[in-house]
Design a protein around this ligand. Structure first.
Ligand code: CA
Length: 228
């Protein structure tokens, strides 16, 4: 089996060395770029399987790098942001940026490895299952495509999987823990706010198409439900 290739874009050499040492032990192959511009160049040339992207970088910051990666290649490559700023979570996971996940510094290598594995564990079509229609919404898992009132919704893979999970069980409460486990992976350590941010993004995208409908119901402190 070929090793999974990870591109790490990080300007602090000691963090790079720590990550490289530990991820190589896990069998990953690591390429390093020390600024945003170089990182983007290497990304386009080498097409890594996953990107670890620091937020604060010289030349071009992590948000801009992420945006450009998405503009070039869509959402097929998982991008995990490394950040010291938890106040940036909304933006990081947001519409324009489209990172799959974030991890706040300082983090443990164990946590980082778990996040990487969870991000690489794409939901397979047989897991996400069959095509689903709920009212004016149609989801096709094999294409990660969603149409709503005949309009295409541009969803990230995580947003798609989360919406699919809700629609699969209309009327049933999906707790935020359920969602983390099913969409982000079983050993995901993340906080449940990740789910809230993704739900907000999905709602915004659906509201652009149909402002008066809110088919996703919030159950305060518990989770979400597709009004079935
Ligand atoms: Ca930095």
């Amino acid at each position: 089996m070929n090793s999974i290739r990870i591109l790490l874009i990080e300007d602090e050499k000691n963090i790079f060395e720590l990550i490289k040492y530990n991820l190589e032990k896990e069998g990953f192959k690591i390429t390093w770029a020390e600024d945003g511009k170089k990182g983007l160049e290497i990304f386009l040339k080498e097409k890594p399987d996953l990107v670890l992207l620091d937020l604060m970088l010289p030349e071009m910051d992590g948000m801009e790098v992420c945006r450009r990666m998405r503009a070039k290649t869509g959402f097929s490559v998982p991008i995990i942001m490394l950040t010291a700023r938890s106040d940036e979570i909304d933006k990081i996971l947001g519409l324009e940026m489209g990172a799959d996940d974030y991890i706040t510094k300082p983090f443990s290598i164990r946590e980082l490895t778990a996040r990487i594995k969870a991000s690489l564990r794409r939901l397979q079509p047989e897991e996400t299952g069959e095509k689903i229609s709920r009212g004016e919404l149609e989801l096709k898992p094999e294409e990660y495509s969603a149409t709503y009132y005949g309009h295409k919704l541009t969803l990230t893979p995580k947003e798609f999987s989360l919406l699919h999970l809700l629609c699969k069980y209309p009327g049933k409460v999906i707790t935020r823990e359920d969602a983390l486990q099913k969409v982000w992976g079983y050993d995901y350590y993340g906080d449940t706010r990740t789910v809230d941010v993704h739900i907000r993004q999905i709602r915004q995208k659906m509201e652009l198409v149909s402002p008066d409908n809110n088919p996703i119901e919030t159950l305060r402190g518990i989770g979400y439900r597709w009004r079935g």
